[in-house]
Design a protein around this ligand. Structure first.
Ligand code: 13P
Ligand code: SF4
Length: 330
């Protein structure tokens, strides 16, 4: 077994698993033994979604992390999500099956550069999308997710000057929806930027009855074609409430597992990327596997930690988001 330092360098527990054990049963047993809860994002592989105690979008996951009574949170998602859980529940142990499950969007906004950007706009309120590092959250006034970004901006007086980061596509969509003039950081998600307007247009022509639904991290040229735009939970709810039988889905393809489960008989077509790769799978989300999740629960490693001073500063803008969301019933 590797030392803690070696494991951290590697990012996950690398141990042979007895091939005769039933991982699903073992995970259930370990959850009870350790008073652990598994929180999973919709972009996780189907097996992980099926062992999760809660599956949700970024807002739902942070609300769940804030209220759980479990001693251990196994976060089946990416690093910034596990950090948010740790900030909200610092007394709990937060585990991530693979510490290298990062995020291209979070990486597109290094805190030292954001500090300089902020200094150029000293009289602005800073709203950051939850897809960023804990350090960046500590530099913010309010955090938001794709579920509540519009309402968070609208909760501020109309003449408030606002910096919005790190996602320029979500920021541009929020600016359009609210009529506010936001100062945007130039960041983006590699998965949502890859969808092709031309290919989606052709696909819509071949499936005239299909609804085209998209996540607001997509570029404006793609969003313009959408029948519905929303967070992952919003997209899932739309497929349940719609009478349509076919949907073209422009977000990470992991969400289709829940869409199919909730909508027997309806068809879900992943929106095509602008090349031939499977780029609508997030390579960071997909670093977590059922095997790594099992080893994480068994060994209590790897653990996500956040420095105490960052926890104190990052907690305020996250709690502000949770308060505004709760007051609006989100
Ligand atoms: P939501 O969970 O808010 O829909 O965001 C999607 C995403 O990109 C998470 O990484
Ligand atoms: Fe980050 Fe995009 Fe992956 Fe979400 S889908 S974790 S925003 S890279």
């Amino acid at each position: 077994m590797d030392t803690f330092e070696e494991l951290n360098r590697k990012g996950f527990v690398d141990e042979r698993i007895d091939p005769t054990i039933d991982l699903f049963e073992e995970i259930e047993r370990l959850k009870k033994e350790k008073n652990a809860i598994v929180l999973a994002h919709y972009y996780q592989e189907p097996d992980i979604q099926d062992v999760a105690d809660y599956i949700g979008d970024s807002l739902g996951l942070s609300q769940e992390a804030a209220k759980t009574e479990a001693d251990v949170i196994v976060f089946a998602g990416v690093h910034f999500m596990a950090e948010t859980a740790k900030i909200l529940s610092p007394e709990k142990t937060v585990l991530l099956p693979d510490l290298k499950a990062g995020c291209s969007l979070a990486d597109s906004c290094p805190p030292h550069l954001f500090k300089l950007f902020k200094a150029k706009h000293p009289d602005h309120v800073v709203i950051t999308y939850v897809n960023c590092s804990a350090e960046l959250k500590a530099l913010s006034d309010i955090v938001c997710t794709s579920t509540n970004a519009v309402q968070i901006v609208e909760s501020l007086p109309k003449d408030t000057k606002i910096i919005f980061g790190p996602d320029k596509n979500l920021g541009a969509w929020v600016a359009k929806k609210t009529g506010r003039d936001l100062v945007l950081w130039n960041g983006a998600c590699m998965v949502h930027e890859i969808f092709s307007r031309e290919k989606v247009t052709k696909l819509k022509e071949r499936h005239p009855g299909a609804k085209f639904i998209a996540h607001p991290e997509c570029e404006d040229a793609v969003l313009e074609l959408a029948d519905y735009i929303g967070s992952t939970t919003g997209l899932l709810k739309y497929t349940i409430n719609s009478d349509a039988r076919e949907f073209i889905v422009a977000t990470e393809s992991g969400i289709i597992h829940q869409m199919e489960k909730a909508n027997p008989g309806k068809t879900f077509i992943p929106a095509p990327p602008n090349n031939n790769c499977a780029c609508n799978e997030c390579p960071y989300m997909k670093r977590n596997t059922l095997e790594k999740l099992y080893l994480t629960l068994k060994n209590g490693l790897p653990e996500v930690t956040v420095p105490a001073d960052i926890i104190i500063r990052a907690r305020k803008p996250i709690e502000r988001m949770l308060e505004i969301s709760a007051s609006l019933g989100l």
